[in-house]
Design a protein around this ligand. Structure first.
Ligand code: ADP
Ligand code: MG
Length: 233
C-alpha cells in the first residue's frame, strides 16, 4: 500500500528526515512513534502528498506521490482540527465531501454513516463553535472518513481528549482495520503504541527500529528503552 524509499526532507539547512525506508501492507495498523519534533508530521504530510521529498520516493497505491488522484483516496486527520467553525457538522462534511467529488446521494449516505460512527448524529445541525475539543476531534475523524478511504493517516488523533473518548477512538480504528482499512497513526503514548500491529520508531528524523510491540519489548525491555538505547547513536 505504502512504500517509502530513501526519503529525506530538508527545510532550508535543516534536515528533518534522513534516508527513511519502510513499507506498509494492506490492512495493517502501524504506529509511528517518536518524540516531539522527530519528524512524524512531516512524514505523514509526504504520504498524503502535501510535500515533495527532497530526496527519495514515496509510493502510495503503486503511484509516486504527490498526485492528486492518490491524495483523494487517503483519509487524513491532522494534528490540529481544520474545521469551519461557523458551519455545523453537516455543513463541514458536505464541504469536504464535495471536495472529494462525492455526488448527492452518495454524500448523503456517507454523511449519515460517519455521523453515527463518531456519535455526532444528534449534534449534526448545531454550529460547532460551541463544541468541546473532543467533539471537534470526532468531527475531524468523520471528515477523514467521508470518502471511504482505504488508507487512513491519523496524526496524534487522541491528544487532548478524555480517556473514555480515547478508548472509543481506538475501538473505531480497530473496527476500520477489521474492514481492511490500512492505518498509520502517530502517537507518543505507549498504551496506544501497544495496540498497533507494528511500530516504526523515529528519532531525530531517522527510523531507528521497527517491529511488533512484542518483538521490540522482548529485544529492549520496553518500547521507551529503544529510544534511550539509541539516543545519539
Ligand atoms: P513531530 O510531528 O514528530 O513533532 P514535525 O514533523 O512536526 O515533528 O517536525 C520535525 C521538525 O521539522 C521540527 O524541528 C520542525 O520545526 C521542522 N519543520 C517541520 N515543518 C517545517 C517547515 N515547513 N519548515 C521548516 N521546518 C519545519
Ligand atoms: Mg507532529
Amino acid at each position: 500500500m505504502i512504500v517509502v524509499r530513501g526519503y529525506s526532507q530538508s527545510f532550508g539547512k535543516k534536515d528533518v528526515l534522513k534516508e527513511v525506508d519502510f513499507s506498509i501492507e494492506r490492512g495493517e495498523m502501524v504506529g509511528l512513534i517518536g518524540p516531539s519534533g522527530s519528524g512524524k508530521t512531516t512524514l505523514i504530510k509526504s504520504l498524503i502528498g502535501m510535500q515533495v521529498p527532497t530526496k527519495g520516493t514515496v509510493h502510495v497505491f503503486n503511484e509516486q506521490q504527490p498526485t492528486l488522484k492518490v491524495s483523494k483516496q487517503i483519509g487524513y486527520m491532522a494534528q490540529s482540527d481544520a474545521l469551519y467553525d461557523d458551519l455545523t457538522p453537516k455543513g463541514n462534511l458536505k464541504y469536504f465531501g464535495k471536495l472529494y467529488g462525492l455526488r448527492k446521494k452518495k454524500l448523503a449516505e456517507r454523511m449519515e454513516y460517519v455521523l453515527h460512527f463518531v456519535d455526532l448524529a444528534r449534534d449534526a445541525d448545531r454550529p460547532i463553535h460551541s463544541f468541546s475539543g473532543g467533539m471537534k476531534r470526532r468531527l475531524s475523524l468523520a471528515i477523514a472518513l467521508i470518502h471511504e478511504p482505504q488508507i487512513l493517516l491519523l496524526d496524534e488523533p487522541t491528544v487532548g481528549i478524555d480517556p473514555k473518548l480515547k478508548r472509543t477512538f481506538w475501538e473505531e480504528f480497530e473496527a476500520l482495520r477489521s474492514r481492511g482499512v490500512t492505518i498509520l497513526v502517530t502517537t507518543h503514548i505507549m498504551d496506544e503504541a501497544e495496540r498497533c500491529d507494528r511500530l516504526l520508531l523515529i528519532q531525530d528524523g531517522r527510523l531507528i527500529d521497527a517491529g511488533t510491540p512484542q518483538e521490540l519489548t522482548n529485544r529492549f525491555g520496553s518500547i521507551e528503552n529503544v529510544f534511550i538505547q539509541k539516543e545519539g547513536v
